[in-house]
Design a protein around this ligand. Structure first.
Ligand SMILES: *[C@@H]1O[C@H](CO)[C@@H](O)[C@H](O)[C@H]1NC(C)=O
Length: 155
């Protein structure tokens, strides 16, 4: 049952992302990234898992990542207004747009297999633009969630 529910979340997220963002990152990949980050919980609150870290929204985006993505905003907002970061990344669409813009600028072949695939998107998301070839910590739930989703959707 939990599996069915999760699969439905992923499919729903993928459909939403496909409708809104036809280009750039594969919608199924965005769906799995969302699931791995937060089970794609659209109401994921901002939290500080360790000092100096501050992650918000269903994709667990930091302020620096959002700024690197050129500060996308929800309609009618101003990127320089307080709370614009939280309002954007806590919104499923604006959060996905932040990922898409970040990848448009920084995605590369992290694992060196000659192609930019979903794993490269996920590595770039998790490790940032600087060091995306880093060794994956298999015990991190993020990766097992991603792998489960990726195999389910044949990514
Ligand atoms: C989603 O996240 C919110 C806030 O962190 C939490 O209260 C809620 O229980 C979560 N929902 C699910 C389905 O996990």
């Amino acid at each position: 049952m939990a599996f069915v529910k999760q699969a439905m979340i992923a499919v729903t997220a993928a459909v939403i992302f496909a409708l809104v963002y036809g280009e750039g990152v594969d919608p199924n990949c965005l769906g799995c990234l969302c699931e791995a980050s937060s089970q794609c919980n659209a109401t994921t609150a901002c939290h500080t898992p360790y000092p100096g870290a501050y992650f918000c929204g269903p994709f667990l985006i930091s302020w620096a990542y959002w700024a690197d993505a050129d500060k996308p905003i929800i309609a009618g907002d101003n990127p320089e207004h307080k709370g614009a970061f939280e309002r954007c990344v806590q919104d499923l669409y604006c959060g996905a747009e932040t990922v898409r813009r970040y990848m448009a600028k920084f995605l590369k072949d992290c694992d060196g297999d000659g192609a930019n695939k979903c794993i490269d998107v996920v590595r770039t998301h998790k490790f940032g633009r600087g060091d995306c070839a880093r060794t994956i910590q298999q015990e991190d739930r993020f990766w097992s969630q991603y792998q489960e989703c990726a195999s389910r959707l044949s990514l």
